[in-house]
Design a protein around this ligand. Structure first.
Ligand code: HAX
Length: 439
């Protein structure tokens, strides 16, 4: 058994006993209420899921195992040769076993993922058969689903695996899938935008560094640093966000993680969720094109925002279902941009929008959070490094999101969480509740 799996077995078997006792001894204790607005309004804030890896606070933003992004930047191991950004391997380790890894642990994990990263032939054949015009997110989902025939969980389940071993098979599938995702994503990128000229991975690189290398972006060390940061901060946003929740639901049926993570990526591909990262830069580029300048005035930007709203559209990259302050993931990217590329025109537009958009959205009186979210910043930085093909951006997000949702899937199977099945009601039932209350 490998060192991470062994640690996970120790930790999860202990928590499994505690959670079982909680349910048995205190299962009837009421801990939350639900109102009609929440039922009609997309279940906002209803506490109804167990999720160990991260937590989202409306004002403070995301914490992973209790640590904020600035804290993680200080404590997570970095690349040996002095890169400034944390390695996503370290975050996965933390989410999985709730312990800060040592450098030797992340080095081991980089090597382990490299060893597991080869794409199955069926995936290469499937990907080769897709037209390049297919959206990269659709290709990504098809590629993930095509690997399902290699699922350790599905094979062992068919052979009669005991419930006690579900976590073990889920761990193996999760490690294999995470290892392969950068290769799948880079394959799609090079196929669609670089005439199918692919770049082989390098055994001595870390997971994110290798991804940057395989994308072939200027072979720039700073771009590798960006990918390390990017793939760390997009990894998890507690369990209720659409992609994580989809993975949790699908995996609760004991569909393996190739199926559940494919479902998660279908959720991420919607413009209110992960696709917002492509929408933001597309919207900014349309503005600069329309105004024929990459240095617009505040008045020009205000007019463009108001025209967007008047056309009945949302301002992409702004607002959030939970957050009520600027997203710390936006701030982390802002810090990166200030450090590396502060004179870039698109980066400056992102900062200008940060000043101009919130008062306009606030004045509408209905937007609960006028502040930027994670997707408001990423595009401008990627464009700077030459990754201009924005239809690919949500795939980058998806590669990172695997770390959180797959660590969480390991926990769900280890804790023996059951099939998810909330209760739905119809509008007649809601009206009856109102009538009964009046009486
Ligand atoms: N621009 C214009 N209107 C907005 C808005 C925005 N950025 N954000 C919210 N609103 C509107 C809503 O459309 C809603 O209008 P109606 O009542 O007319 O339907 C009203 O304000 C209330 O919405 P809310 O309660 O503040 O927000 P929700 O929780 O319903 O929705 C969204 C949260 C993220 C979907 C929303 O803010 C939005 O559409 N933002 C733009 C798209 C975006 O950036 N998505 C990425 C979110 C982060 C993420 O998941 N990344 O992957």
């Amino acid at each position: 058994m490998d060192r991470l799996k062994k640690k996970f077995e120790q930790k999860s078997s202990k928590l499994k006993k505690e959670v079982k006792a909680l349910r048995k001894e205190h299962g009837a204790q009421v801990v939350a209420d639900v109102n009609i607005a929440q039922i009609i309004g997309g279940m906002r804030g209803i506490k109804s899921m167990l999720w160990e890896t991260s937590e989202l606070d409306a004002n403070k933003g995301i914490t992973f195992r209790g640590k904020s992004i600035p804290e993680l930047k200080k404590i997570l191991p970095r690349k040996k040769d002095g890169g400034k950004e944390p390695l996503p391997e370290g975050l996965f380790w933390m989410m999985l076993v709730d312990e800060l890894p040592k450098r030797a642990d992340v080095d081991w994990l980089s090597k382990e993922w490299y060893k597991r990263s080869k794409l199955p032939q069926v995936t290469l054949d499937t990907m080769a058969s897709l037209p390049t015009s297919t959206h990269p997110m659709t290709q990504f989902i098809i590629g993930i689903n095509s690997m399902q025939s290699t699922s350790v969980f599905a094979k062992r389940y068919a052979e009669g695996m005991s419930k006690d071993d579900y976590w073990d098979a889920t761990y193996e599938d999760s490690m294999n899938l995470i290892a392969r995702l950068p290769r799948l994503a880079a394959y799609i990128y090079r196929k669609v935008y670089h005439k199918g000229v692919h770049i082989a991975p390098m055994a001595n690189l870390d997971w994110a560094g290798n991804f940057a290398h395989m994308l072939g972006i200027n072979n720039d060390e700073d771009f590798k640093s960006l990918m390390r940061l990017y793939l760390t901060i997009h990894a998890d946003h507690e369990g209720g966000n659409a992609s994580a929740h989809t993975a949790h639901l699908v995996n609760s049926t004991l569909a393996d993680v190739y199926l559940s993570f494919g479902g998660a990526m279908a959720s991420l591909a919607g413009p209110l969720h992960g696709l917002a990262n492509q929408e933001v830069i597309k919207w900014i580029m349309e503005m600069t094109h329309k105004l024929k300048t990459t240095t617009p005035s505040d008045a020009q930007v205000k007019k463009y925002i108001n025209d967007t709203l008047k056309a009945g559209k949302v301002i992409p990259g702004y607002g959030h279902a939970v957050l009520r302050e600027p997203d710390p993931r936006f701030t982390a990217q802002r810090v990166f941009a200030e450090d590396y590329i502060k004179d870039d025109d698109y980066v400056k537009i992102v900062w200008q929008l940060f000043k101009v958009v919130p008062p306009i959205l606030g004045a509408l009186g209905k937007v609960k959070n006028p502040w930027p979210n994670v997707d408001a910043h990423s595009g401008a930085i990627l464009v700077h490094y030459g990754l201009k093909e924005y239809t690919f951006y949500t795939v980058l997000f998806g590669v990172s999101r695997a770390l959180g949702v797959l660590a969480a899937s390991c926990w769900s199977r280890a804790l023996g969480l059951p099939l998810e099945r909330p209760k739905s009601v119809n509008s007649e039932w809601l009206k009856a509740q109102v009538k009964a209350k009046k009486r």
